[in-house]
Design a protein around this ligand. Structure first.
Ligand code: GLU
Length: 433
C-alpha cells in the first residue's frame, strides 16, 4: 500500500503535487493501492477547507486512490499505542516546562552544540510520575543503537542514537506529534513504500525507531524527492513564489495535464518530453530521478503547455474556452502561434465574438464592411469572401485587409485570415457586428 499524506495547512504546492503524482505512478506500476491520509493532527496549523481543496486537486489531476482518511480519526489508536510504549518502558512521561527546555536550547546554542533532550524525566521513578499532578508530554526513549535506513535515490543512512534523541510523541493535550502519528499510521495501514519530500529525510529514522520500539519489523522502502528550486534565486520555491501554488498555475491557464507532465519531467530522465501520466506509468522509472534539486522553469512549462494545447481534442479545448463547437477549438489552435496558455488564448477568441467598434484609422471602412457582410451570401472559401467584400466596398490593399481583419478577429494583427476563415465561416453573423 502507498500513501499520499498532505497536511491541510495551505494551498497545494508543486512539491506536494509532485509527491502525489509519483505515488500514483508507482502504485499503478506496482499494482498496489494508494490511499490519501489528511494529516490534520496539528490543529493550530490546520486551515478550514484545505482538506477539501486537496481532494479536489487530486480529482482535477485524475489521481485516483482507494480511500481518503483523516489522521485525527485514529486518535484513540495513537493514544493506546503511546500508552503501550509507556507500559513497556520504551517511552516516558516528561514534565519539563517549556521554560526549562528553552533554557537548554539556548545553552546548547551558546556552546555551539546541537540541542538534545537531557533525559531528565527518563530518570523519574514510577512513584514520582504518579505523584506529579502536572500535565506531561510523552517522549520515546532514544534508541540503543544506530538506526539505519535506505533511501532509494541516495543509498544508506545511519543515524546515531544521539541524533534520533528522546523526542516527544504525544503533546500535553494528548494528541500525537507528526512523527508519531505518521509512523503509527504507516504501520497500521501496512504501507510498503513512502515517497515524500527531502525535508522529511531526518524524520525517517525517528519514525523507524518508533516502529522498532513497537516491535514492528516490516521494512518500509523510502524515497525522498529533492526540493524544487526557484530558477532565478536558486532558493527553495516557497509560498512567496506564485508559481509554487497549483491554484495560481491553473489560474494562469496551464492545463492540469501540462503541470503534471512538467512535474514528472522535472529532474528525471524520461524517454520523451511531452506525455500524459498514463503514458508515464508505462515507462517511468522512479529510480532515475536525479538527487540534484531541480529548478522550476516557467518558460519550460509554457512550452509543454503549448505542446499539449496543440494535441488536445478540439471539442475539449472549445469547452475550456467557454464554447461548445470543435471549430472554436481548431481556431484556438491557430492562435497558439501567439499564445501558450488558456489565459492568453481566451481573450483572443473572445475578441472575435465581441461587437467591433473602433475610432482608429479605418473606422468608416469597418462600418462599411459590417454593412455589406450583413447581406453577403455564404462563401465556403476565404478568397471568394474577401473578393466579394473588396468589390462591394470598393476597398483594396491595406484599406481592405486591416479593417477586414478587425471585423473578423477584433484585432489589428494576428494569424493569417485564410487560416482563420474556415473555422469562423459558419459564425460570421455573430462575428461581424
Ligand atoms: N504531512 C506531511 C507534509 O505534508 C507529509 C508527511 C509524509 O509524507 O510523511 O509534508
Amino acid at each position: 500500500m502507498l500513501r499520499f499524506a498532505p497536511s491541510p495547512t495551505g494551498d497545494m504546492h508543486i512539491g506536494n503535487l509532485r509527491v502525489a503524482l509519483f505515488n500514483y505512478i508507482l502504485s499503478k506500476q506496482l499494482g498496489v493501492d494508494l490511499i490519501v491520509r489528511i494529516e490534520d493532527t496539528d490543529k493550530e496549523r490546520n486551515i478550514e477547507g484545505k482538506d477539501k481543496e486537496i481532494l479536489e486537486m487530486l480529482a482535477l489531476f485524475s489521481i485516483d486512490y482507494k480511500m481518503a482518511h483523516y489522521q485525527s480519526d485514529n486518535l484513540k489508536y495513537h493514544q493506546q499505542i503511546a500508552m503501550q510504549l509507556l507500559v513497556d518502558k520504551k517511552a516516558f512521561a516528561c514534565f519539563c516546562s517549556d521554560e526549562r527546555l528553552e533554557l537548554q536550547r539556548e545553552s546548547a546554542k551558546d556552546s555551539n552544540k546541537p540541542y538534545r533532550y537531557d533525559s531528565f524525566c527518563e530518570k523519574l521513578s514510577d512513584e514520582e510520575v504518579i505523584n506529579n499532578e502536572n500535565s506531561f508530554t510523552i517522549r520515546i526513549k532514544k534508541p540503543d543503537s544506530v538506526v539505519k535506513f535506505k533511501d532509494e535515490l541516495r543509498g544508506e543512512f545511519d543515524y546515531e542514537p544521539f541524533d534520533v534523541d528522546s523526542f516527544i510523541i504525544m503533546r500535553k493535550d494528548k494528541t500525537p506529534t507528526y512523527n508519531f502519528a505518521c509512523a503509527v499510521d504507516d504501520m497500521l495501514y501496512d504501507i510498503s513504500f513512502v515517497i515524500r519530500g527531502e525535508d522529511h529525510l531526518s524524520n525517517t529514522p525517528k519514525q523507524k525507531h518508533i516502529r522498532q520500539s513497537l516491535g514492528y519489523t516490516k521494512e518500509i522502502q523510502y524515497l525522498h524527492l529533492p526540493i524544487i528550486l526557484n530558477a532565478q534565486t536558486g532558493k527553495k520555491m516557497s509560498k512567496r513564489d506564485n508559481a509554487s501554488s497549483i491554484k495560481w498555475l491553473l489560474d494562469e491557464g496551464f492545463l492540469p495535464i501540462s503541470i503534471a507532465n512538467y512535474l514528472v519531467l522535472l529532474g528525471s530522465k524520461t524517454p520523451k518530453e511531452i506525455f500524459t501520466i498514463e503514458e508515464a506509468i508505462e515507462w517511468f522509472d522512479i529510480k532515475n530521478i536525479s538527487t540534484n534539486a531541480p529548478k522550476f522553469d516557467i518558460d519550460k512549462l509554457r512550452f509543454i503547455n503549448k505542446e499539449h494545447l496543440k494535441i488536445i481534442d478540439e471539442m475539449r479545448l472549445s469547452k475550456i474556452l467557454g464554447f461548445a463547437d470543435a471549430d472554436i477549438g481548431k481556431l484556438a489552435k491557430i492562435y497558439l502561434e501567439e499564445a501558450s496558455t488558456i489565459k492568453e488564448l481566451k481573450p483572443k477568441i473572445d475578441a472575435i465574438f465581441e461587437s467591433k467598434h473602433t475610432t482608429e484609422d479605418f473606422a468608416s471602412e469597418v462600418e462599411h464592411i459590417k454593412n455589406v457582410s450583413k447581406t453577403a451570401p455564404f462563401f465556403d472559401n476565404y478568397d471568394d469572401f474577401k473578393n466579394y467584400i473588396s468589390n462591394q466596398c470598393g476597398l483594396k490593399g491595406k484599406s481592405l485587409f486591416m479593417p477586414l481583419r478587425f471585423c473578423l478577429t477584433g484585432a489589428w494583427h494576428g494569424p493569417n485570415l485564410s487560416d482563420i476563415y474556415p473555422c469562423i465561416k459558419n459564425y460570421l453573423g455573430e462575428i461581424i457586428r
